[in-house]
Design a protein around this ligand. Structure first.
Ligand SMILES: *[C@@H]1O[C@H](CO)[C@@H](O)[C@H](O)[C@H]1NC(C)=O
Ligand SMILES: *[C@@H]1O[C@H](CO)[C@@H](O)[C@H](O)[C@H]1NC(C)=O
Ligand SMILES: *[C@@H]1O[C@H](CO)[C@@H](O)[C@H](O)[C@H]1NC(C)=O
Ligand SMILES: *[C@@H]1O[C@H](CO)[C@@H](O)[C@H](O)[C@H]1NC(C)=O
Ligand SMILES: *[C@@H]1O[C@H](CO)[C@@H](O)[C@H](O)[C@H]1NC(C)=O
Ligand SMILES: *[C@@H]1O[C@H](CO)[C@@H](O)[C@H](O)[C@H]1NC(C)=O
Ligand SMILES: [Ca+2]
Length: 530
């Protein structure tokens, strides 16, 4: 009897999580006016995502078996018969054994080298990538053989691995490892359910292989809203819409396990037998669904990537855009509310205005009728467009000819160089009108024979003009740098040309002494005169 009740409860739990709501995106209704579609918010089913994972382990050489290596176990450290050998399929422990299906066969696992370099830390990263935004639907469960790590961090990324943030810290002593007080998910409440905590639940040595799993608790977090048996999922869905950051908390594109210290089997590391310390993971379970913004009921694996099968005239990997031609309103995600079917927030054709023929290619949703011209024209065209149908680009912009007319980025800024161009407008092909001597699409370069100085000025001197005289050199096409004995714009004047005594000195290269000589000769001359 008790067993039956338990089974029923388990079944109920299973059904609420898997069958649930929001399964279909639309249905065909018969009405007095004929058939018509009715649309609903919809999301794909939860799947075991481990099958679609790209797994990477770091640093290189962390996987055991190259060269072959012996290891011992914590339970019986003196029985060191096990061997890891990457070249022997029966004894190899490559990373893909974390995601294989064992189907009741022997347990297969990835294993690292042992901690033979103690006291250097034994660090390893396991990165799981999906190239797709996913939403957790149940606990992440990582199964460790030969003991769970005593210090570890689970990180997540929301941007395909560009940036990372901690998801949960794990340690046998949180204060010691991370200076964080230990918490349990049961300590969380509705106000702080998205708090990143450090937990000691999954890191302690339990003396046997009985508890192998490390969890990231999703079910227990859901239970804070939906009750211990997750019967009130409506409440969870309602809060998903209203509590800031709640949906994002369960969203990710990549996960990373940072393994920091292996199982010790006791309080201290025994230096005399370091072969019993290593990491071994046999399975990583990630139950999740594709994030499709409530615009898809299915998610498929094609061309090596998960892909939402977008409905509601949306498109994109996460159904995060309106299809072209359906942009009369801006895109919005579907909503879980109102219960039970939610709001689909579909993308609609750009033809919904009351005025006839109000076509603005999605750059405006308002038209006005101009009486004396007898035309309907779009008003307040957005995205830098203008024109009766928002079909032209504003001055200072040009049209991207490969983009659809309803593309938000159809108009590209001319971006003419302020100093080099006549004005900020450009041709249909994006060419700016340049001032004299200036060239380049944006008028940012000088023609040959010109140099840049607040625009392009004709070269004063250059190798062809050979303007600098008497051994002077041309500096940046702008001025002559004269040899010491000469001056003038083109170095045409000797430095002390009137003094006879300088004649001989001009041949000399010593300018300072030349000057001194000139002055002393001067004095001399004056004195002799008296
Ligand atoms: C693991 O990843 C972190 C960044 O998340 C990086 O700082 C660290 O160096 C990596 N560790 C190893 C052993 O590659
Ligand atoms: C990621 O997915 C997108 C969209 O499906 C695809 O275009 C891209 O090539 C994928 N990238 C990788 C690295 O698989
Ligand atoms: C979350 O909030 C509850 C009370 O609302 C508090 O008792 C608990 O300590 C908080 N948990 C964390 C991890 O801050
Ligand atoms: C999407 O557009 C097509 C073509 O106009 C239409 O038949 C279909 O009903 C639309 N679907 C949705 C969900 O709006
Ligand atoms: C023009 O539009 C196409 C298609 O949307 C796009 O791939 C391309 O990058 C755009 N070109 C520029 C210069 O923005
Ligand atoms: C204009 O072009 C010049 C020369 O290439 C460059 O130094 C300057 O930064 C440009 N000005 C702007 C606003 O881009
Ligand atoms: Ca396995």
């Amino acid at each position: 009897m008790l067993q039956q009740t338990l089974l029923l409860l388990l079944l109920l739990q299973y059904f609420t999580l898997t069958l649930g709501q929001y399964e279909i995106c639309k249905s065909l209704l018969r009405t007095n006016n004929g058939k018509m579609w009715e649309f609903y918010a919809c999301q794909p089913k939860s799947m075991p995502m481990k099958e679609f994972t790209q797994i990477k382990v770091e640093p290189p050489g962390i996987t055991c078996g190259n060269p072959p290596e012996r290891f011992c176990t914590l339970e019986n450290p003196y029985l060191c018969s096990d061997e890891c050998d990457a070249s022997n399929p029966d004894l190899a422990h490559p990373p893909q054994l974390m995601q294989d299906r064992e189907r009741g066969g022997p347990v297969t696992y990835w294993q690292t080298i042992t901690w033979r370099r103690y006291p250097q830390p034994l660090l390893a990263n396991v990165t799981l990538a999906w190239n797709k935004s996913l939403e957790l639907t149940d606990d992440i469960q990582i199964t460790f053989e030969y003991g769970r790590p005593t210090v570890m961090v689970l990180d997540k990324s929301l941007d395909y691995g560009r940036t990372w943030q901690p998801y949960q810290f794990y340690a046998d002593d949180c204060m010691d490892a991370f200076a964080m007080p230990p918490k349990k998910v049961q300590d969380l409440s509705t106000s702080n359910v998205t708090r990143v905590i450090c937990t000691e639940e999954y890191s302690r040595w339990v003396g046997s292989r009985s508890d192998k799993n490390v969890r990231f608790e999703v079910r227990a977090r859901f239970a804070i809203f939906a009750g211990p048996r997750l019967l009130n999922m409506d409440n969870l869905y309602t809060l998903m819409e209203s509590v800031k950051g709640l949906r994002d908390f369960f969203t990710f594109t990549d996960l990373r396990l940072r393994l920091i210290r292996p199982a010790l089997g006791g309080t201290y590391v025994q230096r005399e037998n370091l072969y019993k310390y290593f990491y071994a993971i046999s399975n990583i379970e990630v139950p999740a669904r594709c994030k499709c913004n409530l615009h898809a009921g299915e998610c498929t694996f094609q061309d090596g990537s998960l892909q939402c099968k977008c409905d509601h005239n949306t498109t994109g990997q996460d159904c995060h855009r309106c299809k072209s031609g359906f942009k009369s309103k801006s895109w919005r995600p579907g909503s879980y509310l109102p219960l039970p079917n939610g709001s689909p927030n579909i993308c609609v054709v750009a033809l919904l205005s009351f005025l006839p023929d109000c076509e603005c290619y999605g750059h405006s949703n308002r038209c006005s009728y101009i009486d004396f011209l007898n035309i309907v024209t779009c008003v307040s065209c957005k995205h830098n467009t203008r024109g009766q149908k928002c079909q032209h680009c504003r001055l200072g912009y040009f049209r991207n000819t490969s983009a659809d007319l309803d593309d938000e980025n159809i108009c590209i800024e001319c971006n003419c160089n302020e100093t080099g161009s006549v004005h900020d407008r450009c041709t249909d092909a994006g060419y700016c009108q340049c001032k004299q001597g200036v060239t380049g699409m944006k008028c940012e370069e000088c023609l040959p024979g010109y140099y840049w100085n607040q625009g392009c000025l004709p070269n004063f001197c250059d190798e062809e003009l050979l303007l600098c005289q008497n051994g002077g050199t041309c500096v940046e096409n702008q001025r002559c740098q004269c040899a010491p004995q000469f001056k003038g714009v083109t170095c045409e004047q000797p430095v002390c040309e009137k003094e006879k005594g300088c004649d001989a000195a001009w041949a000399s290269y010593l300018s300072l002494s030349t000057l001194l000589l000139c002055t002393s000769v001067n004095h001399l001359t004056v004195r002799t005169a008296f």
